[in-house]
Design a binder for this molecule. Structure first.
Ligand code: ADP
Ligand code: MG
Length: 559
């Protein structure tokens, strides 16, 4: 039986493409600019082998213009252009991508191009905001141009047109406003500038627009008011070369800081900057920052962790949560990779395997940078610890301690003997040979813990004790259990082997104990003789299992 080809209801298909693929209408500009950039890339690639092109990379540009009265936005490029056939094949066939074909032809890993297109649908996204589109184009080497026009799903027409220069000019007529949509916003200069900065800042050709500003002119006459006159100048809207694509040695600290502050809206310079370039299975560049201070909403549910995700310089996701674990959620930054499998809307990824590889890789890099931070710049690390230490502790207690090996070296606790914050590594390196455990004591504050009767013995012996003052600390100890094979032990535990001895006979004191229990009644569970106290006559201890601090913690969690 002869095989039949599938037919598509192309009108409906196009309608679906236009209205269901994208979540954000504003990406239409990203798509048109990406196409213009691809066209420039192709012509510049051709110029490498064909002298008749007579252009070099710096001759290419993309220009934007707006006509508010006519309600049009124009995106023009001096790229490769399209012939009549190209217009039919690429803009007349849904899901046909000349750019994808081009990539296949030149080979995916050539360093000479950075073509973005692949799905053959981006162009139609312009119909989300436009009711009429005109594309006039003249291909490299052709004698005249062609214009393609369409009102959307109904179809298109192509005819010969005058076009002086090689390249493509796309003019979209913006829809009238409706109750739900204020399409006119896209006709504002500032809006287009903003969209270019957001999605297309790292397109490698200049994106230019004539921008009119009011310039102040001071009058010669004394006392007269200054006048403002409109001055129009062509401005390049995008930064073109992203800071993370530049060699590390060429970027100054000031540039890193300025980039961070502008991109992540922070008043202060970051505490740490990490510039990572990885080539291999998955190639990517990343720039990560540890803020000097937490964002206002950091310890609230409002806070959204994540890194910005770019694919070949085009922004795909503003905040990709899968790239950083909760324990490092304070890290801000960007990841740019040409190897991502984008889904058709280019707002999401097909699958997250690549993200997982990148995330795991970055996690190791963050850890080793924080270790370096701790040893090289301890005062600032202490500040960092004040702000984000709690997050790292939460990280240890989460997922049944899955991240404890990663995070335990980064922890700091107040040390009784050093009288400052120390790491567990530092504590262990100071341990005397006969000391088997890492001692800790919990309480409300360092001052209060220092006065606890139970720890006087250890204090007098000069044993270092970690004073834990945060609610989460005891959970951290329970999850860690040990560090470098040294178990943690509570210094408050009255039955500590070294000084206390359970085998002693306390029956001689039974009448005193009965008296105490009778006097205090239900306020205590029982009265026992302690063998650890030194100058204090009495102390309170928690029963089996929970410590006081844990009991308090649970009490606050009751509804
Ligand atoms: P994609 O960019 O994923 O290929 P598009 O729908 O955005 O899909 O574009 C379809 C095709 O139309 C492109 O692959 C390219 O061949 C052609 N095209 C679109 N815009 C231009 C342009 N400005 N200059 C030259 N060719 C273009
Ligand atoms: Mg495209």
């Amino acid at each position: 039986m002869a095989k039949q080809e599938f037919k598509a209801e192309s009108k409906r298909l196009l309608d679906m493409m236009i209205n269901s693929i994208y979540t954000h209408k504003e990406i239409f500009l990203r798509e048109l600019i990406s196409n213009a950039s691809d066209a420039c890339d192709k012509r510049s690639y051709l110029a490498l082998t064909d002298d008749s092109v007579g252009m070099s990379r710096q001759d290419f540009a993309i220009s934007l213009s707006v006509d508010k009265v006519a309600r049009t936005i124009t995106v023009a490029d001096n790229g490769i252009g399209m012939s009549q056939e190209d217009l039919e094949n690429n803009l007349g066939v849904i899901a046909a991508s000349g750019s994808y074909k081009f990539k296949q032809e030149v080979g995916a890993d050539t360093k000479d191009t950075d073509v973005i297109g692949q799905f053959g649908v981006g162009f139609y996204s312009a119909f989300m905001i436009a009711d009429h589109i005109t594309v006039s184009s003249r291909k490299q080497g052709a004698d005249n141009g062609y214009s393609w026009e369409s009102d959307g799903a109904e179809g298109y027409s192509i005819e010969v047109c005058d076009k002086e220069t090689v390249g493509t000019t796309i003019t979209i007529h913006v829809k009238d406003d409706t109750e739900d949509e204020h399409y006119s916003d896209f006709l504002e200069d500032y809006k287009l500038q903003q969209l270019v900065r957001k999605y297309s800042d790292y397109i490698r050709f200049p994106i230019q627009m004539d921008v009119t500003k009011q310039e102040r002119v001071d009058s010669d006459k004394e006392g007269a008011e200054p006048v403002y006159i409109p001055v129009t100048a062509t401005e390049t809207l995008n930064s073109m070369v992203p800071i993370w694509q530049r060699p590390k040695a060429d970027v100054t600290d000031e540039e890193y800081n300025a980039f961070y502050q502008e991109k992540f809206h922070d008043y202060t310079a970051p505490a740490r900057t990490l510039h990572v370039g990885v080539e291999g299975n998955i190639t990517y560049k990343a720039m990560l920052f540890v803020p000097a201070q937490p964002a206002m909403d950091f310890y609230t549910t409002e806070f959204k962790k994540g890194l910005q995700l770019y694919s070949s310089g085009v922004m795909i996701m503003d905040s990709c949560g899968d790239l950083v674990g909760d324990h490092f959620r304070f890290v801000r930054g960007i990841v740019d990779s040409p190897d991502l499998s984008l889904n058709i809307s280019r707002e999401l990824l097909q699958h997250d395997r690549q993200l997982r590889v990148i995330a795991n890789n970055l996690e190791k890099k963050i850890k080793s940078d924080l270790m370096k931070f701790m040893t090289d710049d301890r005062d600032t690390y202490n500040e960092f610890w004040k702000h984000f230490g709690r997050q790292l502790k939460y990280g240890i207690t989460a997922e049944y301690g899955a991240k404890k090996d990663l995070l335990q070296d980064l922890l700091l606790f107040y040390s009784s003997t050093e009288e400052k914050f120390v790491s567990l590594g530092e504590y262990v390196s100071r341990m005397k040979e006969d000391q088997t455990s890492i001692y800790y004591a919990t309480g409300e504050s360092v001052g209060r813990i220092a006065k606890l009767p139970q720890i006087e013995g250890l204090q007098d012996d000069g044993v270092e004790i970690l004073y834990l003052t945060e609610e989460v600390d005891e959970f951290v100890m329970q999850i860690l259990r040990e560090y470098n094979e040294k178990p943690f032990a509570s210094a408050l535990d009255a039955n500590r082997g070294a000084n206390g001895d359970d085998t002693q006979d306390d029956s001689a004191h039974q009448s005193t104990l009965d008296f105490v229990k009778e006097a205090l009644g239900d306020a205590i569970a029982s009265a026992k003789v302690s063998h650890t106290l030194k100058s204090h006559p009495v102390c309170l201890t928690a029963g089996e299992g929970l410590s006081f601090e844990m009991e308090k913690y649970f009490a606050t969690m009751q509804p």
